[in-house]
Write a protein that binds this ligand. Structure first.
Ligand code: PGA
Length: 232
């Protein structure tokens, strides 16, 4: 069983969501499929499809205009939430400390956080990937509870570029070893960044890759379903 998580980012309408939910509800798969939607699309008839959000406040309630709490997500049927996505880090200045607090808030509400880590292009070119990710894990991960880690090289998101299969394998091994040392051996580690129909099955088959986080390729029913079916 692999996790296949679609991240719709700031895309989608009630109509496109309903069509995707209908298609997913009819698709038989051993994989764990989750659709991470914008807030306005979380509620409604999700036909048993697992729904995730893309952000959560570290606070329980109060004067935080524009934010959304864990309880509000629970009330909307949310089971998973992406935290620390590179777009949140970049456009909303989310630090590893904030990501950590958000992951804790999710766990407190029995929502599984999908905690994203990844190096930028300069760090990749300077061979600093493992060092950067180690630092992120050290600060961002919660001490315990159920969570997921997603390795998303920033330079691979939405660019059509991916690391080599060997690079993905060695980063995933490093993350797995880190988790194991901290008693979280069973924590799933996903890969994300320019996953598409042609590379999904190959990437998902790499050792210590427990699933995929998919942006652009999760928006189209045909593409997303073909990815889900291609992963055994
Ligand atoms: P992408 O995005 O698949 O469009 O590269 C992945 C992500 O941002 O999670």
């Amino acid at each position: 069983m692999k996790f296949i998580i679609g991240n719709w980012k700031m895309n989608g309408t009630p109509q496109t969501k309903a069509k995707m939910i209908n298609a997913l509800a009819k698709t038989e798969t051993k994989n764990r499929v989750v659709l991470c939607l914008p807030y306005t699309l979380l509620n409604g008839d999700n036909r048993g499809v697992k729904i995730g959000a893309q952000n959560i406040s570290k606070h329980d309630d109060g004067a935080y205009t524009g934010d959304i709490s864990g309880q509000m997500l629970v009330d909307s049927g949310v089971k998973y939430v992406i935290v620390g996505h590179s777009e949140r880090r970049l456009y909303h200045h989310e630090t590893d400390e904030i990501v950590h607090a958000k992951a804790i808030a999710a766990i407190k509400n029995k929502i599984i956080p999908i905690i994203c880590v990844g190096e930028n292009l300069a760090e990749h070119r300077a061979h600093k990937t493992q060092r950067v990710i180690h630092k992120m894990l050290k600060t961002a991960l919660p001490g315990g509870g159920k969570f997921i880690v997603a390795y998303e090289p920033r330079w691979a998101i939405g660019t059509g570029k991916t690391p080599t299969m060997d690079e993905i394998e060695s980063v995933h091994k490093m993350i797995y070893d880190y988790l194991k040392r901290h008693g979280n051996e069973k924590t799933p580690v996903l890969y994300g960044g320019s996953v598409n129909q042609s590379n999904a099955a190959t990437i998902a088959a790499i050792k210590h890759v427990n699933g995929l986080l998919i942006g652009g390729a999760s928006l189209e029913i045909k593409t997303f379903l073909s990815i889900i079916k291609s992963i055994k």
